[in-house]
Write a protein that binds this ligand. Structure first.
Ligand SMILES: Cc1cc2nc3c(=O)[nH]c(=O)nc-3n(C[C@H](O)[C@H](O)[C@H](O)COP(=O)(O)OP(=O)(O)OC[C@H]3O[C@@H](n4cnc5c(N)ncnc54)[C@H](O)[C@@H]3O)c2cc1C
Length: 549
């Protein structure tokens, strides 16, 4: 292994370090695996004579939550490893490399800095800051360990510390551009935030790629000093997650990790297939790749920067058309920003039962293993819920509409502790990111970010509206594939009807695990439902609607 690493590093353009050289270490994280619009990377190459790029694979990512859910499925891990591999390939194309360290960043990054500083060179570590508590703790531990690294290498002694340059990134807006005292002055809900930001804040242009690309410092592959630094990327098996299942052919898209695939998706969606033109009206579609953008997995891992997407949208608006749809994609990216800033403002609260509102008593939260398993495995007896849950597990993706419905069902109909649902999403969603996931779960559970607490998505109404012909349900539930559109339409989301009217036996499809809280009204009668849910975190109105759209 040592010789393979040495060969590879040398081929990548390694170069000796002279006394007085400046060395940059770019610490890549799971949220910024790209070269484009990466300000820490650009600064490192601008300010240094040599630059090392390091990514740490932290075994804490692969453990279990306190409630016992695995934190990352093998399929999500594969997407991450593909993204890391792609970053490495792109760096190699620039004559550099990505160095991998398995272990905790608070040990690895200072070890690399100490090794590089041993020739009395000035070392600076460049990184994006984090948003959420676990990542913030690691970031703080790295900084603290770096402050103990001496200029002559080693730890302690005549330590002068390694400097750290942190630059905010991965959002449309820099917090310093927001019309608020950040983070405490942020509004609690999205609409007032949007109304203040849209007219007052300009989205900055993406940061250009570094030019020139500085060479790697030599000697990082010296096993005696940094024994676990390598260029080899582990497999999901080596990380203890087992083999990732084959990608499911029924998935909306063949998701491959990495900036290359992410940029390709932007080209395909916006330009080649021209879907942006109709995004606002198609985004709730459930089957196929052309409805919503599917940018989210690449955004979550930072393979795509939202500002790069906006640059492309602006170009499209100039070259083809500017309409509600082009506006709406930027609007959704602003929702993403809102949850990221809110994660900074509310800290750990978004992970706790009471959410950002710190209101854990708003209802009785159940912890029922049977109901949890039925929901996770897609056998609740409600076809529309079950199809979405099976899609998640098989493909790592679920539409925004589906997420709203299954999360509402979980919290409002099953009355389950919402954190158990959020953790299941965390395990399987390829686009999992803590701020968006927990922020949206806070919203649907009624514990944060929503002016109303009683929002309720009726499974039955949602199924009839968004899967009127039953194609989606048939696609993911082979046991119902023999039912006609008519049969599925008349059944809506209620399997009792399947059984009573269409003679589907319980051996084929189970009875509903609980009755729905609110049923669709019979024709000509008033409604019994309380609340709506037009667009979830992005589209809800304050007035109480009787039936959701
Ligand atoms: C319970 C629940 C959990 C969720 N968990 C996540 C998560 O872990 N990671 C994640 O990226 N999104 C999450 N979302 C938001 C949303 O469902 C996904 O971003 C969206 O479905 C991704 O598909 P897309 O890229 O085609 O979206 P598009 O409709 O094409 O939107 C473009 C981009 O805007 C952003 N966006 C859109 N809607 C939202 C939203 N409500 N919140 C935050 N960002 C949004 C995403 O980055 C998305 O890629 C969650 C929503 C719910 C209701």
């Amino acid at each position: 292994m040592a010789s393979m690493v040495a060969t590879s590093l040398t081929a990548g353009g390694a170069s000796g370090i002279a006394r007085g050289d400046t060395i940059g270490v770019v610490w890549f994280k799971c949220t910024d695996l790209r070269l484009e619009d990466h300000e820490p990377l650009a600064l490192a190459h601008r300010n240094s004579s040599h630059v090392a790029h390091v990514f740490c694979i932290d075994d804490r990512w692969f453990g279990h939550s306190r409630r016992g859910t695995r934190r990352m499925s093998a399929a999500r891990c594969r997407f991450l490893l593909e993204s890391v591999a792609d970053l490495q390939t792109r760096l190699r194309a620039k004559g550099s490399d990505l160095l991998i360290r398995r272990g905790h960043p608070e040990n690895a990054i200072p070890a690399v800095a100490a090794r590089l500083g041993s020739g009395a060179s000035a070392v600076t570590v460049y990184a994006h800051p984090d948003l959420c508590s676990e990542e913030n703790d690691v970031h703080a531990a790295v900084k603290s360990a770096l402050s103990l690294v001496g200029s002559a290498g080693g730890v302690g002694g005549d330590a002068t510390g390694v400097s750290v340059t942190e630059v905010w990134g991965n959002t449309l807006h820099d917090p310093s551009d927001l019309p608020y005292d950040f983070p405490n002055g942020l509004p609690e809900v999205f609409t007032p935030f949007r109304k203040a930001v849209e007219p007052n804040c300009k989205i900055r242009s993406p940061v250009p790629l570094p030019s020139p690309f500085r060479p790697l410092p030599a000697g990082l592959h010296d096993n005696a000093v940094t024994p676990t630094l390598t260029v080899a990327i582990p497999t999901t098996e080596e990380l203890g997650l087992g083999t990732a299942p084959e990608r499911d052919a029924r998935s909306v898209l063949h998701f491959i990790g990495g900036e290359t695939a992410g940029l390709r998706r932007v080209q395909t969606y916006i330009w080649e297939e021209d879907h942006l033109r109709e995004y606002k009206v198609t985004r709730n579609g459930l089957l196929g790749g052309g409805f919503s953008s599917k940018f989210s997995p690449w955004l979550a891992l930072g393979c795509l920067s939202p500002r790069t997407i906006v640059k492309e949208i602006r170009k499209y608006e100039t070259d083809r058309i500017a309409n509600d749809s082009t506006y709406w994609l930027i609007f959704e990216l602003l929702v993403r920003d809102f949850f990221r800033y809110s994660a900074v403002k509310y800290g750990n609260a978004i992970f706790h039962l009471g959410g950002s509102r710190r209101d854990s008593d708003r209802q009785t939260w159940r912890d029922d293993a049977g109901l949890l398993a039925a929901w996770k495995e897609g056998r609740t007896g409600y076809p529309f819920v079950d199809a979405n849950m099976r899609e998640l597990k098989a493909s790592g993706f679920m539409s925004n509409r589906g997420r709203q419905v299954v999360a509402s069902f979980f919290t409002k109909d099953l009355e389950m502790d919402w954190r158990l649902g959020a953790e299941h999403f965390e395990e399987y969603l390829l686009d999992y990111d803590p701020a968006s996931n927990y922020g949206n779960w806070n919203y649907v559970a009624g514990v944060g970010f929503d002016p109303r607490e009683d929002r309720y998505f009726s499974v039955e109404k949602q199924a009839r509206t968004y899967d009127a012909d039953g194609d989606y349900v048939r696609h993911w539930l082979p046991e119902l594939a023999m039912l006609t559109t008519e049969a599925l339409q008349s059944a809506g989301g209620i399997t009792a009807t399947l059984r009573e009217v269409h003679s589907v036996p319980t051996s084929v499809y189970p009875d509903p695990v609980v009755p729905l809280k609110f049923m669709m009204p019979k024709e000509g009668k008033g409604t019994t439902g309380r609340a709506g849910g037009k667009g979830g975190a992005t589209g809800g109105k304050k007035s109480a609607r009787k039936v959701d759209k």
